[in-house]
Design a protein around this ligand. Sequence first.
Ligand SMILES: *Cc1c(COP(=O)(O)O)cnc(C)c1O
Length: 377
Amino acid sequence: MNKKIWISSPHMGGAEMKYIQDAFDENWIAPLGPNVNGLEQDLEQFLNEEVYVAVLSSGTAAIHLALIMLGVQPGDYVICQSLTFSASANPIIYTGGIPIFVDSEPDTWNLCPNAVEDAIKYSISKGKKPKAIVAVSLYGMPYQPDKIKALSEQYDIPVIEDSAEAVGSSYKGQKCGTFGDIGVFSFNGNKIITTSGGGALILKDPEFKKKAVFLSTQAKDDAPHYEHTTIGYNYRMSNICAGIGRGQMEVLQDRIEKRRENHLFYKELLKGSALHVHSEPNDDYFSNHWLSTITVDEKSRWTKEEIRKRFLKNNIETRPLWKPMHLQPVFKDALYFGSHLASSLFDKGLCLPSGSNLTTDDFFRIEEALHEIIISE
Ligand SMILES: *Cc1c(COP(=O)(O)O)cnc(C)c1O
């Protein structure tokens, strides 16, 4: 049997072990130490804006803390993109908040500004303005920051930028993660770079960073004994994981280039076919193309499910796009604003193998499988 080709698997650069060895040599086997501080500095430098980074145990933890820092309380509304991974929305429930899901717009597949405004107006009519907007840059494609920011300012509602999938993406030259009032990265094993599991908060104010570190390390007050005036969390990143992250930062640029090449490969191969590769709407947008995705035209003789099974027969993993949150059994009673774009994308969309470690042989097999499908159209 051919070896399995995965959608996105970890891709080590080589320097990771050096940073881990340093941690062992100096006995920094804890959720603090030189790698934690070093990774935060690496990220701040990479983002190239006046931001303060706090690295955490996961992207999910980062979204949870972002909601807490914005004061989300039980019963508060939080607007969230429906077409996303559940981790964008679950932390709203952790805080006792009420998610209001909204549809996507066709250019970026992210928050539809009109639907966001409808959701805001509805909430205000209920006497409860939303406490935050969770904006996602799905598959690495930046959302429309100008339009979402305009709404955020008009109604005075902060934006949590879920950039878990968009490390290294940018809009008009500014890096994703720096657009929201608070930004979020994930370094889970399947993301463009990984710490095995991890995440980061990107903050605009050094006091906010202090607060994030305080909350993520059990909220210990300044006293010789353990004194607590706030509920704390054990969300800080381990110095070992941060060592992996420091090694990964050395190769991030290469990983972005490789994933963008994958996207071009699919775009060339599928040109003129009934399989459409999702690409930047114009030159303002620069996606890291974490995952290359397609939508299957009605003209295609193959459905997305048939294509997925054909790939699977060749031991190649593909996956439907995220199933929208408003269609998930766990959120069946949640409010939803917008139309049917998110659900139609789920019906006809597929993620293709997108790792930065795919080999020439892997691409040969992918190309063969796709040719069978295109030729028989
Ligand atoms: C991966 C991901 C997260 C969660 O990050 P973890 O590090 O896995 O907790 C949140 N939002 C989106 C859109 C993601 O893809």
